[in-house]
Write a protein that binds this ligand. Structure first.
Ligand SMILES: Cc1cc2nc3c(=O)[nH]c(=O)nc-3n(C[C@H](O)[C@H](O)[C@H](O)COP(=O)(O)O)c2cc1C
Length: 489
């Protein structure tokens, strides 16, 4: 009786094992049969690439542009949740050349022409339909969509996204398949490795079968933090198990300080591409083939790009602090550290005591590119380096000359429209007069000077003296402004 019972149990166990194997096989067949991508995988886009890794609160527009400037081939956005992204409104800002995806009054994603063919939006999601809805909204403005299955944070646990989906492979496959089958841009994902290498390889094969174009692998377990050595051998095993490009990741702290190190890490992991996070925060010029630049130069380039796109100062100061923390020993960080957050304008940022450390005071603000208007003969603009010392501001100022002339010629008073350029804390002024708009587009530090500068534009256009003190240097070096109509002198 006892023997028969044991035999019975053994047979049942064998049947269960066989059934489990059958189910696995069926799942694989299902993965293959159900994959009918809108277009074939575009794996070549991800081959031989050096990439800025996704980084929440850091991988935003200025850092992405900086990474591209220094030589990165592709850049990932910070993780954006499908739940929020799907509610965004897409608007174009022609003045700054930006496309903004805005949720409430926050730009969840900002992009521009310079990164159009190089930016990959990373999404956090656990819902295939929601992921598709969100991805469709942005697909025309990005090179590709990536899904984050690597985030190990408590927030990801709470929302059941990121690395917490790795033990729900069916859902991983559903999400990726939905995107691959319905989007017109390539889809990728980023994972961490699982404790069991066999399970990892099974997972990556299933991921590959969805038709994704590449696979990012952070060579650490979900529970491992940055102080744990990156699992080079696991990444290597994955590259051998799949035929799509593997983007190796996780080498910053142990291996990567220069561009050459990135290439060595690629070779060490036998992968086709590498993505870099922490080494790029420390010094984004890690992507430069000709060697890294001093950190002050990198910070200057970074702030200059941020100013150019009038990037949120709150976000910028946070990012600067991350860069600083990775570069300066605490004893070199002045007690005014927190003052960074008190800066309300870029001008204040450049002047704050802290800026000495960063050498921000050396940045020359770029002339503001006003809205790129088509040629309009009623819009007269000059890039005028108006110097206060060359004019009498109290009496016989450009403004008083113009007002007097208007009165004497029975013209309606000129109307002054002040424009505050928030990010640099400076002003320009448009004068509406005689059916035309006169605009000195070089910004001034206060409203009054901005008015005088635009009065000079107007007076010169009318062929009137503008009140300049010395006649011999009355010719202004004024530059052509693209489509602007150039004022006749
Ligand atoms: C500040 C910070 C933010 C990060 N945010 C994200 C993220 O949004 N999405 C993601 O997939 N990984 C994120 N990561 C992980 C990195 O992309 C990368 O996988 C990890 O840092 C290991 O790469 P590294 O050794 O080059 O730093 C973040 C890492 C850091 C340091």
């Amino acid at each position: 009786m006892g023997f028969l019972n044991v035999l019975h149990i053994k047979l049942r166990q064998q049947t269960v094992v066989k059934l489990q194997a059958c189910i696995r096989l069926l799942k694989k067949l299902e993965d293959i049969c159900l994959s009918s991508p809108l277009q074939p995988a575009q794996s070549n886009l991800y081959e031989g690439k050096v990439i800025l890794a996704p980084m929440v609160k850091l991988g935003r527009l200025p850092m992405r542009l900086l990474a591209l400037k220094y030589g990165a081939d592709l850049v990932y956005t910070d993780e954006i949740f499908s739940q929020q992204l799907k509610h965004c409104t897409r608007t174009k800002d022609d003045r700054l050349g930006l496309v903004n995806f805005t949720c409430g009054d926050f730009h969840l994603f900002q992009t521009c022409a310079a990164e159009r063919k190089k930016v990959i939006l990373q999404m956090g999601t656990n819902d295939p339909d929601e992921a598709l809805e969100a991805a469709k909204l942005v697909q025309n403005d990005v090179l590709g969509i990536d899904v984050n299955f690597g985030c190990p944070t408590p927030n990801a646990e709470l929302s059941q996204t990121g690395a917490f989906l790795l033990n729900r492979p069916d859902l991983v496959v559903q999400i990726l398949r939905k995107l691959v089958n319905n989007l017109s841009v390539p889809v990728t994902c980023k994972i961490r490795v699982l404790p069991d290498i066999k399970e990892t390889l099974e997972l990556v094969r299933r991921i590959e079968s969805t038709g994704v174009s590449a696979l990012g692998v952070h060579g650490r377990l979900r529970v491992e933090r940055r102080n744990v050595a990156v699992r080079v051998n696991e990444i290597k095993a994955i590259t051998e198990a799949v035929s799509i490009p593997v983007i190796a990741n996780g080498g910053s702290l142990e291996y990567i300080n220069t561009f050459d190190d990135i290439i060595h890490f690629r070779e060490k992991t036998n992968s086709l591409s590498v993505m870099v996070a922490q080494s790029a925060i420390k010094n984004t010029s890690v992507f430069r083939k000709n060697g890294v630049l001093p950190i002050h130069k990198v910070i200057q380039d970074y702030v200059t790009l941020a100013m150019q796109y009038e990037y949120s100062l709150i976000c910028l100061t946070h990012e600067l602090q991350e860069i600083i923390a990775r570069n300066f020993k605490p004893k070199y960080i002045p007690p005014t550290y927190e003052n960074l957050h008190r800066c309300e304008t870029y001008a204040e940022l450049r002047c704050c005591r802290y800026s000495k450390l960063l050498q921000l005071d050396e940045i020359t603000p770029k002339p503001i590119l006003e809205e790129q208007k088509p040629v309009d003969e009623n819009y007269i603009a000059m890039n005028l380096p108006f110097k206060r010392g060359n004019y009498t501001i109290k009496s016989n100022s450009p403004k008083s000359i113009l007002m007097t002339w208007a009165m004497q010629n029975k013209q309606p008073n000129p109307k002054f429209e002040i424009i505050r350029h928030n990010m640099i804390g400076r002003y320009t002024c448009k004068i509406h007069f005689d059916g035309k708009i006169y605009h000195a587009v070089t910004s001034q530090r206060d409203k009054r000077l901005a008015e005088h500068a635009s009065c000079v534009v107007c007076l010169r256009h009318l062929g009137l003296p503008d009140g300049k003190k010395s006649q011999e240097d009355s010719s202004y070096p004024h530059e052509s402004l693209g489509n602007y109509r150039r004022a006749e002198m």
